[in-house]
Design a protein around this ligand. Structure first.
Ligand code: ZN
Ligand code: ZN
Length: 68
């Protein structure tokens, strides 16, 4: 059991590691696309990033941003 604090991203609904993100309520991925913060260099293992715990979820809005 690790004691690292986790939170749920308001935008994509994925769990993420609080200390990995600049925003308290957004995962590094969403904080990057919504606010321009540095993104995590995600490395996926067992369905989530080993650094930030993001599970690859994307809201429709984030998908739209990435395609524009
Ligand atoms: Zn997110
Ligand atoms: Zn990551």
């Amino acid at each position: 059991m690790d004691k690292k604090e986790r939170a749920i991203c308001d935008e994509c609904g994925s769990e993420f590691l609080k200390e990995s993100s600049h925003m308290i309520n957004l995962c590094p991925e969403c904080a990057h696309y919504l606010y321009g913060y540095t993104n995590c260099k995600h490395i996926f293992e067992n369905g989530k990033c080993i650094y930030c715990y993001w599970n690859g979820s994307e809201s429709n809005y984030i998908k739209w941003l990435k395609n524009n």
